[in-house]
Write a protein that binds this ligand. Sequence first.
Ligand code: ADP
Length: 405
Amino acid sequence: MTSPSPARAEGGFPVVGIVGGGQLARMCQPPAVNLAITLSVLAESPTASAALVVPHSPVGEHTDLEAVRTFARECDVVTFDHEHVPAEVLLALQAEGVALHPSPQALVFAQDKLAMRRRLTDLGLPCPRWAQARTGADVEAFAAQVGWPLVAKAPRGGYDGKGVLVCREAADLETWLAGVGEGGLADGILLEEAVDFSRELSIMVGRSPSGQAAAWPVVETVQSGGINTEVLAPAPSLDPDLATALTEGALRIAGELGVTGVMAVEAFEVTDPLSGAPAYLVNELAMRPHNSGHWSIDGAVTSQFEQHLRAVLDLPLGDPSARAPWTASANVLGGDYPQLYGTYKHLMARDPGLRIHLYGKGVRPGRKLGHVTVTGGSTGDLASLEALRERSRHAADYLQGVVTE
Ligand code: ADP
């Protein structure tokens, strides 16, 4: 049962409101419990991932100003499980004095990929070559500069569920061009060169309203079929100068954009065409806890979820250092086997070192249901990382029903 307003601990403790009841809101609950901070979640349904564990989880739509306003009234600060709260809702709350973290002025760069590209380019941060296209002529002009294939992106989420399209010729973009001016394509299409990257990296930083900032180690995000399946922390064999450049770049983005809370900067590792040195290009920003930071729950002194709470409350930030030489985290995607709990006996008996995290979501093929993390190994020893990867991947495969032993 939900209570009419969130109950707070005696002793001056705050209520942190999270709009959206997904797994990110859910994973803020353990550190909130430890710090006696009350969470309140505006959930999509009574069985949303976070609503299952946060006692005060009123049900309401994030697009409904009245619902969000009523929810926010009971909270000391308000933050987000996702980036989909419309700007008009955010600006109305801000005008009424609600403390929003991140602010709508920062969040726009995670909501709108064209705004992000424009701003990062102005700041001189390395991005793939890009253009804004409204017509077939715009597409041809950009292709003449960078060549085919191109990567087309809907600047704002939710365009037919398809946000990214690799195009080999102008005809591939016909449907998208016909949709320009509407929905996620209101301002046109973001075109990018197809980057020839060696791998995908991510770095997470936390930043507080006072301006304190802290960065976790750079990680590698392993993708399979367009889905992030594994995170390796730190990114193995990463050039130290590249690690420094990406860390400085992410901290600079957080400061220049006024980010409050945690942010992920997803990047491509490339080779600088002039110097031949390893370099990075920014792919995109997420201003919330992120899949590439889940490893920090078990692998870092301070998890991204605790850091997010500290940052939005303007508390001093925690230490983001790794606690072990390596952390390998494998995502659990929905498979054909809905009885997840039934897998625990075998997995827990087989490997007592597994850290299993499931989000309480119903099994649907391809849906992110959880992750399994293993820490250990020896610094710089890639074989020891491979052994950890094997364990976390096996557990994720077993949970998905891909392997049965
Ligand atoms: P989403 O918002 O759906 O996560 P992204 O912009 O992160 O979309 O793109 C999804 C994936 O598509 C990336 O992880 C990467 O593998 C690939 N991708 C995106 N942009 C480019 C690009 N310019 N060149 C090559 N691959 C890209």
